[in-house]
Design a protein around this ligand. Sequence first.
Ligand SMILES: Nc1ncnc2c1ncn2[C@@H]1O[C@H](COP(=O)(O)OP(=O)(O)OP(=O)(O)O)[C@@H](O)[C@H]1O
Ligand SMILES: [Mg+2]
Length: 237
Amino acid sequence: MTALLEMEAVHAGYGQTSVLHGVSLSVPEGGVVSLLGANGAGKTTTLRAITGGVRWTGDIRFGGRSLRRMSTEDIVRAGIAHVPEGRGILTELTVDENLKLGSHLRRDTKEVRKDYDRVFDYFPVLKERRALSASTLSGGEQQMLALARAFLMKPKLMLLDEPSLGLAPIIVRSIFEIIRSINQSSRVTVLLVEQNARIALDLSTRAYVLEVGRVAVEGDSEELQGNESVRRSYLGY
Ligand SMILES: Nc1ncnc2c1ncn2[C@@H]1O[C@H](COP(=O)(O)OP(=O)(O)OP(=O)(O)O)[C@@H](O)[C@H]1O
Ligand SMILES: [Mg+2]
């Protein structure tokens, strides 16, 4: 499979503090790749590097084209949707207004309408709550809204930062099933950051484990799941 996203020896950090020390990874077109690791390992920073939110060196290529000199806005237009840590939805707006933030750049009006139908199939609760303030949604529903908004951008690649965070296991399972459908039916490639290694590896085909800003382990998800020493040392289960 060809790589949709490639990071090569990426260093990144904040001011004088370096956080990523040469991260290389590859996300195949159409695939789901997990990026795992403990608190502070650099997972969020990796996603921020991809979207231009932190300064970096090395190379990051999307569809073969370097993102080096691209603004965040151009990166979004190129087809990368970022669902950040903490979801990033606007609680002072309604559910509908949040969804429109996802689709507002698109000119393919007919397709947009179809994508709204798809979103409401994936997340019926959002249809029921369209007119309500996003602040009335539960944590799980807010995560659904964040995913729905990203989906409406019609991205080629979704960057998901800990979609399971703070949610009950049953909600996490249903959200991960929808991520699977988005990947399989709508052909959206996914780079999934998670601390919940077990559920992430169930969904992904390939995984990287970050340890203090470096890739400590990489491989097929199934292989990592089956490797007891990797599981104990890096995955915490
Ligand atoms: N805005 C910032 N300014 C300075 N340092 C930061 C900033 N954001 C993160 N860091 C530092 O960078 C390191 C990596 O943080 P990062 O958020 O990428 O980790 P993470 O793997 O996403 O962790 P978590 O699982 O807790 O979300 C940490 O030491 C953190 O303190
Ligand atoms: Mg993080």
